[in-house]
Design a protein around this ligand. Structure first.
Ligand code: SF4
Length: 335
């Protein structure tokens, strides 16, 4: 593993504290933080996240983003590590790097200029996904610097567990972020992720206010976010921030340490859509279980179908300059 210089820390009277995530680890020389991918070296910080073992092109709908450049592709990479410890994580071999359930990390260092050039050649964005991208904030900034010159956007699929300092640093580098919201109260969120909920809500609000396009995803986790009461609280929390935020309801599939449960059925997803709409959310999506209806963007003004999608494709866009072709209503997004 290669360690490279990192930012987002303070040193006062020999006490070094990381400022990237709300855990705010205080580290002795040589000590690794709870994320396992940042460490103290003297009075400096280093990161192991300037590397990836994943590099492939994907439909942006698969991240998922439904209101960001429909039909475009994202060159997707994943640096190691996560600040959460979800027991159902389908990407645990990468995200739980350095912990039980992770794998020895065999990744290649990322060349930001080369990566951006390959994305630019195909009109793609660069997405950091599968693990927690905020841990790779230094890589994100480097990608955005090259991306600004080449017209290549940088996207995140994040858990939203950021300090305000990290959000302020990363937001100008990001075109869009999809943030997981996995529970509607502190107790349930801590049970699922091992971390508090409030910083995630703060990040969602701040990203919106800082002009980043934000979508939210909720997996229907049995015994937690699959419960109607939890879903209703989650939907209301999103609506209080902005009812135009697209909400993706994700089917739960057993994985990692949670294998004794059954996958989410279509009825539960249909009920969850109704809960989202009752809370006032204008764009609620389900990838497969409800067919094309669950994936379509409908104009909030007249109800016309503005974007029709296949599972990971965009089949028709009936908008011009972000406005519905039928009635002219503006539909929020980065089209
Ligand atoms: S990013 Fe890592 S080192 Fe920094 S506070 Fe969070 S867990 Fe600790």
């Amino acid at each position: 593993m290669d360690w490279t210089p990192a930012g987002l820390f303070t040193v006062e009277a020999g006490r070094l504290q990381c400022a990237l995530c709300p855990l705010r680890c205080v580290l002795d020389d040589g000590e690794v933080g709870r994320c396992q991918v940042r460490r103290r070296r003297g009075d400096l910080m280093e990161t192991a996240t300037f590397a990836t073992s994943v590099r492939h092109k994907d439909a942006v709908e698969r991240k998922p983003f439904y209101h960001y450049r429909p039909g475009s592709t994202a060159l997707t990479i994943a640096a190691p590590g996560c600040t959460f410890r979800c027991d159902y994580c389908v990407n645990h071999r990468l995200s739980q790097f350095g912990r039980e359930g992770g794998l020895p990390w065999a990744a290649t260092p990322v060349d930001p200029a080369g990566l951006v050039a390959s994305a630019a050649a195909e009109g793609a964005s660069v997405a950091l996904s599968y693990t927690e991208p905020s841990l790779a904030v230094e890589l994100t900034l480097a990608l955005a610097e090259y991306g600004a010159a080449a017209g290549v956007d940088v996207l995140w699929k994040s858990n939203g567990f950021l300090t305000p300092e990290t959000t302020a640093l990363a937001a100008p580098a990001l075109a869009a972020v999809n943030i997981d919201l996995k529970a509607g109260d502190e107790h349930a969120h801590h049970r699922v992720t091992g971390a508090p909920l409030r910083p995630v809500l703060t990040t969602i609000r701040a990203m919106v206010e800082l002009g980043v396009w934000v979508e939210v995803s909720t997996p229907l986790i049995p015994g937690c976010s699959s419960e109607p009461g939890q879903l209703s609280r989650i939907a209301r929390l999103i609506a209080e921030i902005d009812a135009d935020i697209p909400w993706h309801l994700l089917r739960f599939t057993p994985a990692f340490q949670r294998t004794g449960t059954v996958p989410t059925g279509p009825e539960a997803l249909r009920d969850a859509v109704a809960i989202g709409r009752d809370a006032g959310l204008r764009h609620v999506y389900v990838e497969r279980a409800l067919g094309a209806t669950g994936r379509a963007t409908r104009c909030p003004g007249c109800g016309a179908e503005a974007v029709r999608r296949g599972v990971w494709t965009t089949e028709a866009v009936r908008m011009t300059d972000g406005r519905c072709n039928a009635c002219g209503h503006r539909i929020p997004g980065r089209w």
